[in-house]
Design a protein around this ligand. Sequence first.
Ligand code: PEP
Ligand code: MG
Length: 875
Amino acid sequence: MAKKYCYLFSEGNANMRELLGGKGANLAEMTGMGLPVPQGFTISTEACTQYYEDGRQINPDIMAEINEYIGKMEEITGKKFGDHENPLLVSVRSGARASMPGMMDTILNLGLNEEVVEVIAEKSNNPRWAWDCYRRFIQMYSDVVMEVGKKYFEELIDEMKAKKGVTQDVDLDADDLKELAAQFKAEYKEKIGTDFPSDPKEQLMGAVQAVFRSWDNPRANVYRRDNDIPYSWGTAVNVQSMAFGNMGDDCGTGVAFTRDPATGEKKLMGEFLTNAQGEDVVAGVRTPMPIAQMAEKFPAAFEKFQNVCKTLEDHYRDMQDMEFTVEHGELFMLQTRNGKRTAQAALKIACDLVDEGMRTEEEAVAMIDPRNLDTLLHPQFDAKALKAATPVGKGLGASPGAACGKVVFTADDAVAWHEKGEKVVLVRLETSPEDITGMKASQGILTVRGGMTSHAAVVARGMGTCCVSGCGDIKMDEANKKFELAGKTYTEGDYISIDGSTGNIYDGVIPTVDATIAGEFGRIMAWADKYRVLKVRTNADTPADAKKARELGAEGIGLCRTEHMFFEPDRIGAFREMICSDTVEEREAALAKIEPMQQADFEALYEALEGCPVTIRFLDPPLHEFVPTEEADIKALADTQGKSVETIKNIIASLHEFNPMMGHRGCRLAVTYPEIAIMQTKAVIKAAIAVSKKHPDWNIVPEIMIPLVGEIKELKYVKNFVVETADAVIKEAGVDLKYEVGTMIEIPRAALTADEIAKEAEFFCFGTNDLTQMTFGFSRDDAGKFLDAYYDAKIFENDPFAKLDQTGVGKLMDMAVKMGKEVRPEMHIGICGEHGGDPSSVEFCHKLGLTYVSCSPFRVPIARLAAAQAAIASK
Ligand code: PEP
Ligand code: MG
């Protein structure tokens, strides 16, 4: 049997969302519930995918089926397309599985032409209404289907209003509107070159095609990427018989929510306009009245509407967002859906629904979008001000939150301005460890280069500071402290606003509002913890970050990047001495300075974690990242080491590598300089012993993690130094301390030989930043430059550094888990790449059976919720 592409509203239901889209499935459900829905049919999402498969064409079979369903609709309504007695007019609306504001929305009054408009004018005895419908139709069709552009038509309306000396559209009479319709058609012909289509079926096919086409417009593509909606889903099209809100003062149209979408409060919220059609409410042409006033205007319809609201909320067991029309006092429902809401409202509504006995705790947990929690944990832009603002550029939303401040170009300036009480945004080509104090002093960080796992992104996320990275459109002139974006030159002190969630950059000041965590947050989190299986740890390098993460519910540290402990100005010196040593003795002398600092840091981490596990990863990055670049710093280093500036410069030059990410880093550092691993082992074990002594009730088992292992012998070689050193320290202290030595799985070869590796590694932790980098062969610092081209070409839908590539990288992980556990069934396996805080990646980790995910502190609640949702979904 041929595939079915069209469904009458009476043929569907709410469970058919995948096929009918959200709008279509709910129209069908409301029809089934006996609610007053103008009837029609839905063209399925499969017709949309077929349209793309057929080279962006509606094939003859689908066209024939659409025509057949128009026939059915004509039978049901008793009206006919183009008829001179009883003409059928329809609305055409897009409706994907998930609601998508980036797409085409609505065309109203389709089916009108020069003759039909006269028929309805006469029949209704309301020519003003008839011509109003016609001019609206031409306007919407031209804009949405033919992309002529709204503004030409709005200019014509404004001219007409000026000519008639009126200010409101409703003050234009039938003749004015008739004249406008003629002007619109002339405008259409001038822009498109052909007459405005008069055949309703041709109009409909054009509109359907426009909906399908809108699935692939740039706005929709960006929205999908930001909201994890696959391109393959496609959109459905709903063809619905018109109900008219613009037939006179006993008509109207409105939108309403069953609860307040901003606060979650249980009360009917919404807006209503008399003698109007849907888009008037949204477009702001006239100021709508609060929904409560509908009670006075249309008492009977309002009462019915209130009943419908209750019925729908009880039925869907969630807050509903509805559109409706009143035609001559009679209520028609045009749409219902679970309403979009702020994170705050989402938490309150979920808790209230549990208290009202409408939802179980598990369902409440599943209702919250984990990504929205970000807005509760970071400052946000004032919603009104944001709405009025237009971005001047876009980078990657690398660390969420909003920031507004004066532009500064160096970390030192950031600190100096901050000390003067100024709020600043640090704008850099890219950041390096030297910038850390400046980053801390800034409201936000904006970089020209770098991806989601670049230094700026990782560090900013750790600090919870807003960051937009990789905005390649910025023409940076760091030397002269200025940059150019969207035709404007910004100099030091100019105001800029950035949004680390969307990556948008705005000129000037957009006020921010601070984060507030409401009481419901704790309740939902407690439920999440009850149902999740995955543990959630954090990536934290400082006691402050660790403390924050504990407050947000982290159950351990999954990754302490020990090199990050040397970013502070009073530490970096000793670290540079270590790097710029040219004998073992010199290096050991520098390491001796570092050891007590590391030990103190580790003690503070163990204290902050109160006996929870702490994984400490040994030195990993390419060392050149830490060497001084400023002349004064080079001189200072030379002086401390008793070397010439020339010698230091030569050492720095010798550290240069062509591919530092694949160069002398990770365990390779420990292989060449075992003294580094030895020092770090001493610091870890001594710290654990000291803190255990203070807290005998804590069971501290140090976890030492060797990075970038690809070959079992590498691990064995380094592990020998670790074990020898640790055992000696423990013996000398005369204590009984257990410790584990494990490895990161972040090189494809480690995953491929995980059974071998597991013979030595007591635990695994997936470093999916490097694993992604090396599996794709994409530099994590440079991928931002070409990813946009990959999105445009539909090669990628997402940034693989943000959302785990389950097909490729995931396969390596799956293999490694299975092979590792075969050798060492009791081993714990985690993930500490940036994916550990991404909801869909967390779900994947749950399915793989990992022990924990580890993410930056502010993502801990997101991971807890996502882990619970994964567990609940797989029940
Ligand atoms: C990783 O590679 O995923 C990881 C966590 O380590 P880093 O980002 O420090 O290389
Ligand atoms: Mg790594």
